[in-house]
Design a protein around this ligand. Structure first.
Ligand SMILES: Nc1ncnc2c1ncn2[C@@H]1O[C@H](COP(=O)(O)OP(=O)(O)O)[C@@H](O)[C@H]1O
Ligand SMILES: [Mg+2]
Length: 142
């Protein structure tokens, strides 16, 4: 799926996806700085009724939230990761193995190979559109 999305359409897309995700799902977010990855996570979490504050976990690597229905969300940002051991330390592999919770990864393309064996992946790409700062081209692969 490939579409051009306004901010509101990005929100609608996040809502549609929120209806389909559950424990064991992985959402990979790719795209340049400012392309809308964190914004998408905010919209998604809002649809999932997350009360915690959603922010970009770039320095601390992972944020954890919980929905009103008790679904745990593990929000990663790989931007500053240079060593895969940092991800091991923070528990990514245990989380993946447990198939519990929803895993969301910004800058997933930095370590794409980590996910080759995983199922239940939604792979999303955000691209800027020339001449319009309020539109993004969003493509989704499953
Ligand atoms: N169509 C759109 N879709 C998503 N975000 C948009 C759109 N138009 C403007 N924006 C804005 O672009 C910014 C994206 O920032 P952010 O989500 O932090 O990017 P990233 O996490 O990819 O670095 C937000 O301020 C958001 O409101
Ligand atoms: Mg971000």
């Amino acid at each position: 799926m490939l579409k051009k999305a306004t901010l509101k359409e990005t929100q609608e897309l996040a809502h549609e996806i929120s209806l389909k995700v559950n424990d064991g799902n992985i959402i990979l977010l790719n795209g340049e700085m400012g392309s809308g990855k964190t914004q998408f996570v905010r919209f998604l979490c809002s649809s999932l009724k997350v009360k915690d504050r959603v922010s970009s976990p770039s320095f601390i690597i992972m944020n954890k939230y919980e929905t009103s229905e008790g679904l745990e969300i593990f929000h990663f940002d790989f931007y500053r990761i240079t060593d895969i051991r940092d991800l091991e330390e923070i528990g990514l592999f245990e989380i993946l193995e447990s198939k519990k919770g929803l895993v969301i990864v910004e800058w997933a393309n930095m370590f794409k190979s980590l996910f080759v064996k995983e199922k239940n992946i939604i792979d999303i790409y955000f691209n800027f559109i020339e001449d319009n700062i309020n539109l993004r081209e969003i493509s989704i692969q499953r």
